[in-house]
Write a protein that binds this ligand. Structure first.
Ligand SMILES: [Zn+2]
Length: 371
């Protein structure tokens, strides 16, 4: 691969003379970050061939230009920034200010910054250690906004970076290189969720349907709903790839896991000798004077379940179901509406709209683009 790069650069000179002039084609800085044969799996990076493009549409031209820019930028020097960080104390309250100043743009020179991003860079004046001055404090009032709904793009990104949501370091490492699915299968996973009506498109956003919410509530095993499980599996697949684990051992583990999951879920009998487990720490739940709570409250577990939810008194039987199975099998009437009551993994009681074919169909019609 390496010998071809200078040739391709030579051919790209016609299109990007000033960008390539800054590079020494005889001594391109090949590092493992740029070309690493060990990391080639099913796809390598998309790079220009050097052939001049013929008859591109506008979008195709934009994609092509982006690939060329990225290719050239890989061989540019690093971007050097001055980062100033100031720790201050005002009226005994600590605060921090940060400023960034680009000293040498390096590869960044190929990517003109948008106005907004440039505005984010604040340049701080020179500070001396221990200096004090008078400041007039002011309050800025604002409101936090809820997390944005996923779009197809941001969901693909989240699947790719699924490791971000994993706390265990080793599993995060396993997910770092793979994420959920592969670049070739991620889009198909989203299409399957759409086709099965667990999510729907609302303009550019992807929204969870009532059915999707109920599915998540019905899956009792929290591991099955977490990126940790995918991380664990990806880690083992990697061990198999390197010959450190036998494929049969892995498959036997999966079979055991599924067996135990089915037997646990088939057993819908309530254990009447106890209330249930604390959803936060797994210890037993006890009944207090006014509410139910974690038996380990002395060590600081904050779990409490009130016996009343949105004006409805919950029977001891319903409390037991919520604590042992996290969902009530029959919808309950809340403020004259039928709702499904669940206990979330964070230990909060929540109510969901029961899925209905009629509602699902009308939502779908509303969101199908009219031709
Ligand atoms: Zn607890």
């Amino acid at each position: 691969m390496k010998p071809r790069v200078p040739q391709i650069m030579e051919q790209l000179k016609k299109q990007r003379p000033e960008h390539i002039a800054a590079l020494d084609l005889k001594a391109l800085p090949f590092s493992k970050r740029i070309i690493n044969d060990k990391k080639v799996t099913d796809h390598h990076a998309i790079i220009p061939t050097g052939m001049p493009p013929r008859k591109f549409g506008t979008n195709e031209q934009l994609v092509y230009e982006a690939i060329v820019t990225q290719f050239i930028a890989a061989f540019y020097p690093a971007c050097i920034k001055n980062i100033t960080s100031v720790d201050g104390i005002a009226n005994e309250v600590p605060f921090q200010a940060k400023g960034t100043q680009v000293m040498e743009p390096g590869w960044n020179a190929l990517f003109p910054t948008k106005k907004k991003a440039a505005g984010d860079q604040q340049i701080l004046p020179a500070f001396a250690k221990g200096e004090t001055a008078l400041h007039a404090p002011f309050l800025r009032e604002g409101k936090t906004s809820p997390p944005k709904h996923f779009t197809e793009n941001s969901l693909l990104g989240a699947m790719e970076a699924a490791g971000k949501f994993v706390e265990d370091d080793k599993l995060r490492e396993a997910l770092k290189e793979r994420g959920i699915g592969t670049p070739a299968t991620r889009a198909a996973i989203i299409e399957t969720l759409l086709r099965r009506n667990y999510i729907r498109r609302e303009k550019k956003q992807l929204r969870c349907t009532d059915m999707g919410r109920c599915l998540v509530a019905l899956i009792k095993d929290p591991l099955l709903k977490s990126p940790e499980l995918t991380g664990e599996w990806e880690k083992k697949l990697k061990q198999i790839e390197h010959g450190d684990l036998k494929a049969d051992t892995f498959m036997a583990e999966i079979t055991d896991y599924i067996r135990s999951m089915i037997s646990k879920n088939n057993n819908s009998q309530l254990d009447n000798s106890r209330w249930g487990s604390c959803p936060l720490c797994g210890k037993e739940v006890i009944k207090g004077k006014k509410a139910y709570g974690c038996s380990d409250w002395k060590s600081g577990c904050p779990f409490v379940l009130e016996p009343e939810f949105r004006g409805k008194k919950l029977s001891p039987h319903q409390i037991q179901r919520l604590l042992q199975q996290h969902i009530l099998p029959h919808p309950v009437r809340l403020e004259n509406e039928l709702r499904i009551l669940i206990l979330s993994t964070q230990g909060l009681p929540m109510d969901l709209t029961p899925p209905s074919a009629k509602r699902q169909n009308s939502e779908e019609k509303k969101n199908t683009p009219q031709k």
